[in-house]
Design a binder for this molecule. Structure first.
Ligand SMILES: [Zn+2]
Length: 99
């Protein structure tokens, strides 16, 4: 069994609080102005490549998206005043229409 990344609290090992990453489709499209659930991400911890929609989403004071394999953090969205702050980890690959 692989070691759990240090940034992953034990409670995150449970699926109890997780939503499917596809549930963030509207929010992600609002932020990036492209459909994001089919975008790919390579995890900085385990190296696995997954669609963003396959990640696990946790909602609270903000949004945390985690790797579906090792649960390390892929994205954090927090609200600061009237602005959103987005933090990304790993290698994200987006495809946008050429204009
Ligand atoms: Zn991972």
């Amino acid at each position: 069994m692989a070691a759990r990344p240090l940034s992953t609290p034990a409670a995150i090992d449970s699926d109890r609080y997780a939503l499917d990453g596809n549930s963030l489709a509207g929010l992600l499209e609002e932020l990036f102005e492209v459909e994001m659930t089919s975008a790919m991400r390579v995890c900085q911890s385990c190296g696995r490549s997954d669609r963003i929609g396959a990640h696990r989403a946790y909602l609270g004071a903000g949004v945390v998206l985690r790797c579906p394999a090792c649960r390390d953090v892929a994205m954090v969205i927090s609200l600061q005043g009237d602005r959103r702050r987005v933090w990304l980890a790993g290698e994200w690959t987006l495809q946008t229409p050429a204009r």
